[in-house]
Design a protein around this ligand. Structure first.
Ligand SMILES: Cc1cc2nc3c(=O)[nH]c(=O)nc-3n(C[C@H](O)[C@H](O)[C@H](O)COP(=O)(O)O)c2cc1C
Length: 229
């Protein structure tokens, strides 16, 4: 297998666990990852995952090991969102694809308008102009006409709109199962072989015995395995 380098742009939408798990899965699959996080993304990462990343170039480490684990971090490079001089800004730096996960409605709008106002938007712009895979994982609800139009525009430009919208037919037992379902879909679109998520085997569950508690009533375990009362 040829090792590829993917770019993951992380924005200020909710759902930073998707980015975390995606980066870990890409590295598990044997690939290298470039990461850039918008200013809003850093706030949401701190809020949702409790991860505070040091300012790049401040002399401190890049904070990746504490967030992603040392093994994953060894294959990841982090660039500041304003580092437009970084390799992902140029079409000459080959990538296997660009994923914006989670993708805010703001970044989506700027990508379809060709703004390229930071490294994340520029990397997406490069993917479109070079005809390389661009996958956005938007997270917003409900969706306004503006959001829907921008998603349609992106699809027409050749990008893939892959919402953070997990299915339930694989009967998830935990939040991690739900997250991995979306991660698996991203890897599928990138053409990466993986076993990150369950695949549909065509078999529906049998009718439950009368008196059995419906599965929908069973609480889903949180991703950290903690059990809520
Ligand atoms: C806790 C939190 C959650 C947010 N969730 C979303 C979201 O799910 N989708 C979205 O489009 N914006 C969301 N936002 C708003 C964006 O962060 C905001 O529009 C920001 O300007 C996006 O900037 P960026 O695209 O440069 O990352 C959220 C903001 C906060 C603080």
């Amino acid at each position: 297998m040829r090792v590829k380098r993917f770019f993951v742009g992380i924005t200020g939408a909710s759902g930073h666990v998707y980015a975390t798990r995606l980066i870990q899965a890409l590295v598990r699959a044997g690939h290298a990852v470039d990461v850039s996080i918008s200013a809003s993304g850093e706030k949401v990462l701190r809020h949702e995952c409790g991860v505070v990343l040091p300012e790049l170039g401040s002399g401190a480490d890049d904070g990746l090991a504490g967030w992603l684990g040392a093994e994953t971090a060894a294959h990841v490079r982090r660039f500041a969102a304003d580092a437009v001089e970084a390799p992902p800004s140029s079409g000459t730096a080959l990538t296997g694809g660009v994923v914006l996960a989670p993708c805010s409605m703001g970044t989506l709008a700027r990508v379809v308008a060709g703004f390229s106002s930071n490294l994340i938007e520029r990397a997406a712009d490069v993917a479109l102009k070079e005809g390389r895979p661009l996958i956005v994982v938007p997270r917003e609800t409900p969706l306004s006409e503006v959001h829907l139009e921008n998603m349609l525009k992106l699809a027409r430009l050749g990008g893939v709109v892959l919402p953070a919208m997990p299915g339930y037919y694989h009967r998830p037992r935990s939040i991690d199962d739900l997250v991995q379902h979306v991660v698996g879909k991203v890897l599928d679109r990138l053409g990466i072989a993986h076993e990150e998520s369950a695949r549909w085997n065509g078999e529906l569950e049998p009718v439950p015995d009368p008196g059995t508690e419906p599965r929908g009533a069973t609480p889903v375990e949180p991703a950290d395995g903690a059990v809520r009362p």
